[in-house]
Design a protein around this ligand. Structure first.
Ligand code: NAD
Ligand code: DAU
Length: 360
């Protein structure tokens, strides 16, 4: 069986990828994660007795650690999920985004190149470096613009998007200049189990269950394309197995929704699964001050991955959202763990100056 070095594998998408990789016997996994605020070590507790899973706490910017890890475990592929990933945090404090997303990815590329150059010819040909990126690098669309394609020019608007764009450019350069066998995926908004509740969907689920306001930035008409996280993981594995070297693939759910619609759908499901006798969840919807520079619309044209690799999302939004909400209802211990400590400080910081504009 192959060995993958996964970075950021205790986070939302990385942990879902690792659980799937072990369940479906894709590969043995070495998981390198710094364990920032966005991770809960218990997320992968079910793998603690799995001999095909090995966790290392560390930073993708630590080149010595990377050299040793690569030397010791001789991975067949590296999949780079590690990043600072929340747009609002990047607006309040961009420094960590530059450090991890740009400098960290650079160090990971350097270590990977040094490792790859020393491999036997056969292993060199099989090796892959897959960089997990985002549709936010393409900027913002008007309601009538065509969806983002792989050749849409980059136009990042937030410090987060700019730092991801920087890392994408470095990955591209390492392929073109040094021949490092890289692949890049640019995906739309993921949702599903184990997402940290700073992001819209889990934040709304947990606020609703606690009877707190459901904050909608601006007019609630910003549009995102939503993809169930397991569909994203399948797409990454397919690209890893079948793509030509140096390619980039857009991945999306063909599922554009306004934020207000997403929140209303969550409220409707909660009215069924966890009804309150004295109110409906939608009465908690509250409009708040907009995110600075808030991108209006993202949409993904994923015809390339569909045509080249025969990938299509399997989950539809209603069934995926239901599964997601059920997961949060059934995993109160995980929720308590991530909501302790610095989480409360963040919520206070992000929402304190967003004066409540009007209720629904
Ligand atoms: P996340 O914030 O949930 O998890 C990130 C993980 O990376 C955490 O476990 C964290 O501890 C780890 N990490 C952070 N800095 C690190 C460092 N310097 N060294 C090692 N580990 C570090 O993020 P996510 O939502 O799972 O996103 C994973 C990747 O997918 C990111 O690169 C993100 O840009 C990209 N992406 C996310 C989405 C989405 O909707 N969540 C969509 C498209 C692309
Ligand atoms: O498009 C892919 C990106 O999706 C990923 O690259 C990012 O890592 C991921 O965080 C996500 O970015 P967004 O900014 O789109 O996600 P977020 O969940 O923060 O917000 C989704 C939308 O909901 C966005 O238009 C802002 C809005 N929002 C968000 C929060 C947290 C609100 O209206 N209220 C909120 O409280």
């Amino acid at each position: 069986m192959q060995t993958f070095l996964v970075t950021g594998g205790v986070g939302f998408i990385g942990s879902n990828f690792i659980l799937k990789a072990r369940k479906e016997k894709w590969a043995n996994i070495i998981n390198l994660d710094k364990l920032t605020y966005a991770s809960n070590p218990d997320t992968l507790a079910q793998l603690q007795d799995d001999p095909g899973y090995h966790f290392v706490r560390g930073d993708i910017g630590d080149i010595e650690l990377l050299r040793n890890l690569l030397e010791q475990h001789q991975p067949d592929a590296i999949i780079n999920f590690a990043a600072e990933s929340h747009v609002d945090r990047s607006i309040l404090s961009p420094q960590d985004f530059i450090q991890t997303n740009v400098v960290g990815t650079f160090q990971l590329l350097e270590a990977s190149k040094a490792y790859w150059e020393k491999l036997s010819l056969q292993k060199r040909e099989q090796f892959r470096f897959l960089h997990v990126s985002t549709d936010e690098v393409y900027g913002s669309l008007s309601p009538t613009d065509p969806a983002f394609r792989e050749d849409t020019p980059y136009a990042p608007n937030s410090p987060y998007a700019a730092s991801k764009a920087g890392s994408d450019h470095l990955v591209r350069a390492y392929y073109h200049t040094y021949g490092l066998p890289t692949l890049t995926t640019n995906c739309s908004n993921n949702y599903g189990p184990r997402q940290f509740p700073e992001k819209l969907i889990p934040l709304i689920i947990l606020n609703a269950l606690n009877g707190k306001p459901l904050p909608i930035y601006g007019d609630g008409q910003n549009v995102r394309d939503w993809l169930y996280v397991e569909d994203h993981c399948d797409a990454i594995y397919l690209v890893l197995q079948q793509s030509r070297l140096g390619e980039t693939y857009n991945i999306g759910g063909n599922n554009e929704q306004t934020n207000l619609t997403v929140v209303e759908k969550i409220c409707a499901i909660l009215d069924e699964l966890a009804p309150k006798s004295n109110f409906r969840y939608s009465s908690l919807i509250t409009y708040v001050k907009d995110r600075p520079g808030h991108d209006r619309r993202y949409a993904i044209d994923c015809s390339k991955i569909s045509r080249d690799l025969n990938w299509q999302p399997k989950e539809n939004f209603d069934s995926g959202l239901l599964k997601t909400i059920q997961w949060y209802l059934e995993n109160s211990t995980w929720i308590e763990q991530v909501q302790s400590g610095t989480y409360q400080t963040w919520i206070e910081q992000n929402y304190k100056d967003r004066k409540l504009a009007r209720s629904h």
